[in-house]
Design a protein around this ligand. Sequence first.
Ligand SMILES: Cc1ncc(C[n+]2csc(CCOP(=O)(O)OP(=O)(O)O)c2C)c(N)n1
Length: 358
Amino acid sequence: MTAVRPPPFRPALARGSARSAQPFKDREFARAFLREMVRARVLEERLIRMVRTGDGFFWIGGPGEEAFATSLGLLVDKGAGLAHDYLHLHYRSNGILLSMGEPMLPFVRQMKNVSTDPYSGGRNFVAHAAKKEWNLMPITSTIETQFLVALGTARAQWRARKRGEKSGVTVVVGGDAGTAEGDFASALVWSSRPGEELPMLMIVTNNGYGITTPAGQQHGERNIADRAKAFQIEASVCDGNQPDKVWAALSDALDYVRERGRPYLLEIAVSRLHGHSSSTGGHRVPDEVCCIDTFEKKLLKSGWIEEGDLKRFYEEANQEATEAIETVRTEKWPDGSTVLDHSFSAGDIRGGLPGRDF
Ligand SMILES: Cc1ncc(C[n+]2csc(CCOP(=O)(O)OP(=O)(O)O)c2C)c(N)n1
């Protein structure tokens, strides 16, 4: 078994708010951004392979969303507590967490459902992370419920701002089909109550499908972002396949929410490169735009990377994945006696609930 080592590389990317697409004028930034996108893609491809080789039961994830994921991961203010951003993500968010600094190993552990999985002790599907130190609320399989939970942290941050305390913002992410749920409508209503507007960025990653149902058969409106208008919520739509465009849209939206303390709805058009999940096969879909291909070609053309660099990026990422898979190979599933751990029970409720005084 290989020893657990830190990931083989960390991109030299600056964190924090950066209005506009300016950072993409910097060669080193663009190269590091591409390397991080490749890392996210390779993780997903290796997770899919784990299902095929019997090292996992189910795959779902975000290949095709890397330009968005890498941008968001670098732009959020990560940390614990109200002063930092809260994240309410969905099951295509591995790339966001990688670019925030998470290694591949925990994702591989959750894929194999081993007890060392730090997110759920081996009890949840892959891509259902949770990390208290980064205000990452547990990712759920039920779609859109995160939009209601997000109102809670956004409301707590609104209160902190009123008390004059430093406060981050709440970021919630979901897919296009999920916006048909009442939870999404509730988020629009409750985030925009006059005089009590919440510091909440609502992101809809629109890949055009809800499992197999095309969005065009589900929504009469032109863009999902158009729904914001009725609530006087600022909104925009952007192309999630172009790193500089999605970076600019995200940084502008985040700056708006941070500075104004008001909600914002950002709809991002993304690709879904391996279908919905392993339940629909998980095979590569040939006719979708790939944000990594496009960006690679652009950087090769400008001379900012060479074929050798590309090869190295993939090798490094694959090495990190291989080491994680090797590590997990001998790890065990959780013991049956732990099945009720971390679930609500009468005992928990009798002992009192935390965070009551809202
Ligand atoms: C409340 C609820 N209803 C239905 C489902 C079944 N379901 C799982 S994924 C999915 C489609 C979600 O599509 P979308 O919101 O566009 O996100 P995507 O998976 O395309 O990123 C559905 C209906 C669910 N998980 N939860």
